[in-house]
Design a protein. Structure first.
Length: 336
């Protein structure tokens, strides 16, 4: 179980587990700026990622220690929220509002995300999603309010990221650059380590059976389900019966038997019963253990005025070698 990390403790009303102090925030920002000074600094350049990997070692010790402890064991919630990270607030442009928005140019926020990703493992992306960018914008897009994905503003149901794929990410990292105007948007998280104890034995047994099909989410495009690399039936839960992994997305996981349908419904109820809602503020960084925790989002009302909610996201794998046959030239993007 992770130990308490040094830093500023926040009240229970705050989303953060702990926060960097001002001196640590300043040190992070100075280090991030060293990755953003050149005209050719590009997030998806392997040489830039290598520099970010090296820079991780120079981040403040409390941050590195907390992330490493979380990597070893992600705790009862499978989620860590660290406050006080720099996002380059002074130079922050208007919130993007175009479909498929990503961050190709090196910025303070992209540098922070990538350094932390390198501390957890290695950054990862999928060519079919957000054009394979390592750092992706999670922003509301006009006309896509009801889209069930990162461009929407309606409630987003519980899911693990890319559970359909042979190589889903081990962690998902979000950094909040801007909160929504009304401060009502919440990231909802629910961990199997708490939900498991509420499941009946029959549901547990059914969830461990290969009686479910999960297809790609809408963010992979309208035709992605037909060309998915792996649509074989698989279980929702796998691994150790007392501490299993999850692969599930309420929108795109289909039960194949009556008992599977009943178990999936019960699992959804247990997630609702144990969920926490995180209302993030700028500088909050969220690490989700994608193997044991599902996440979603509450509804909010974008104004499309350049100051809407803006998160940036990157995926992380703890074993990049595992997906080598899916990554051309040993890069960080899964091409299939």
């Amino acid at each position: 179980m992770p130990e308490t990390t040094p830093g500023t403790t926040h009240s229970s009303a705050d989303a953060t587990d702990w926060a960097l102090d001002p001196a640590e925030t300043g040190a992070c920002e100075r280090l991030a700026h060293t990755l953003c000074t050149g005209e050719k600094d590009q997030v998806d350049d392997p040489e830039w990622v290598a520099r970010a990997r090296d820079a991780w070692e120079d981040l403040p010790l409390p941050l590195r220690r907390g992330v490493r402890r979380f990597r070893r064991h992600s705790g009862p919630h499978g989620t860590l929220v660290i406050g006080g990270l720099p996002v380059g607030q002074a130079a922050l442009p208007a919130t993007p509002s175009v479909p498929g928005s990503v961050q190709r140019r090196a910025t303070v926020s992209a540098a922070v995300l990538t350094m932390v990703a390198c501390g957890l493992g290695e950054p990862l992306a999928y060519l079919a999603e957000k054009s394979g960018a390592l750092v992706q914008d999670v922003v509301p897009v006009p006309g896509q309010e009801s889209f069930h994905g990162n461009a929407g503003s309606v409630p987003l149901s519980f899911h693990t990221e890319n559970g359909f794929h042979p190589h889903p990410p081990d962690h998902v990292v979000f950094l909040c650059l801007r909160a929504d105007h009304d401060r009502v948007a919440g990231m909802r998280v629910a961990g199997i380590r708490q939900a498991l104890q509420l499941l009946t034995p029959a549901s547990r047994q059914a969830l461990f059976a290969p009686e479910f099909i999960t297809t790609p989410p809408p963010s992979f495009g309208p035709d992605a389900a037909a060309s998915a690399p792996d649509v074989e039936p698989r279980p929702v839960l796998s691994g150790a019966v007392e501490d299993p992994d999850i692969r599930m997305a309420q929108l795109v996981t289909t039960p194949l038997t009556p008992r599977a349908a009943a178990a999936l419904t019960e699992f959804g109820r247990t997630c609702e019963a144990t969920a926490r809602t995180l209302r993030l503020k700028p500088g909050d960084l969220v690490i989700i253990d994608n193997r044991v925790t599902v996440h979603g989002r509450t509804a909010f009302h974008p104004r499309y005025d350049g100051a809407d909610r803006w998160l940036q996201r990157t995926y992380v794998t703890t074993d990049l070698r595992r997906s080598r046959d899916h990554r051309p030239h040993d890069g960080h993007v899964l091409a299939r």
